[in-house]
Ligand binder design. Structure first.
Ligand SMILES: C[S@@+](CC[C@H](N)C(=O)[O-])C[C@H]1O[C@@H](n2cnc3c(N)ncnc32)[C@H](O)[C@@H]1O
Length: 251
């Protein structure tokens, strides 16, 4: 899938946790991953997490299937184009694997999980963000309306192709040879207009690939509905964001 600069920028905008959220994430990475470890950011996209891993004293390697995401990376961390279902790394070579909102995008997500565990050394830690509904009631409401407009196209490509829940993913990580450690929730806030939130939602290339005319109609209908329900589309609003990290230790 080719990605435009706009799609990539809007995708990454979702990860903005604000300064306090970013600081909390650095602390969480420091607690979860083995100290001074080498961490694979698997399906890491443009590597938004890399500076935060590095700030936690870790060394990162970025891997992603998308040449466009890798080319947009603002980091000089080593980057490798590779498929999560066949990672181009030897077994046991990493102290940690960070996979945020990536495994659920892979049709063969069980293979992706096996690969993430294979490259971990014993006692190494995988940290997975499986994704889930927004903590913000307005964003959840608008998102539900938008995806309802898409009908059969709603949902992530990964979900449509098999990963039905966080529990299913977690069970597979455990079958692959890990034990779960307590999840950590990082919260933050973003100030965005409702229009920006709807456009971002409708531009996300990783939430399925509806036909262009259906996507255009869904976006326009959602903007009109949101303006009626919530008022001024262009007024900045502060919305809650959350990033839930599920940790797994390799046996
Ligand atoms: C929703 S984005 C998440 C990116 C980043 N981890 C983040 O948290 O923003 C999903 C990422 O998974 C990558 N991806 C999808 N299928 C993949 C595969 N089979 N192997 C490696 N990366 C893949 C995409 O290119 C994209 O960068």
């Amino acid at each position: 899938m080719r990605l435009t600069a706009k799609q990539i920028a809007l995708h990454d905008d979702q990860r903005d946790l604000g300064a306090a959220g970013r600081a909390a994430l650095v602390r969480a990475f420091g607690r979860l991953f083995p100290a001074a470890g080498r961490v694979l950011d698997a399906g890491g996209g443009t590597g938004w997490a890399v500076p935060l891993l590095e700030a936690a004293g870790l060394t990162a390697v970025l891997a992603d299937l998308s040449a466009d995401m890798l080319a947009a990376a603002a980091t000089d961390t080593p980057r490798v184009r590779g498929d999560l279902t066949a990672l181009p790394f030897a077994g046991g070579g990493f102290d940690g694997v960070h996979a945020s909102y990536a495994i659920q995008n892979v049709p063969d997500w069980t293979a992706a999980i096996c690969e993430c565990v294979r490259v971990l050394r014993p006692d190494g830690v995988a940290v997975v963000a499986w994704g889930g509904p927004s903590p913000d009631p307005m964003v959840r409401d608008v998102s539900a309306f938008y995806f309802a407009q898409l009908g059969q196209w709603a949902g992530t490509a990964g979900q449509r192709q098999g990963l039905s829940s966080t529990a299913a993913g977690a069970a597979q990580v455990e079958r692959a040879g890990c034990v779960a450690i307590a999840p950590v929730t990082i919260t933050g806030a973003q100030t965005r207009t409702l229009r920006q939130l709807v456009v971002r939602m409708a531009t996300n290339p990783f939430r399925g690939d509806p036909p262009a005319d259906l996507a255009r109609t869904a976006r326009a209908t959602t903007l009109a509905w949101a303006a009626k329900r919530y008022g001024d589309l262009d007024r900045p609003r502060t919305v809650e964001v959350a990033h839930v990290l599920y940790g797994y230790r390799r046996l």
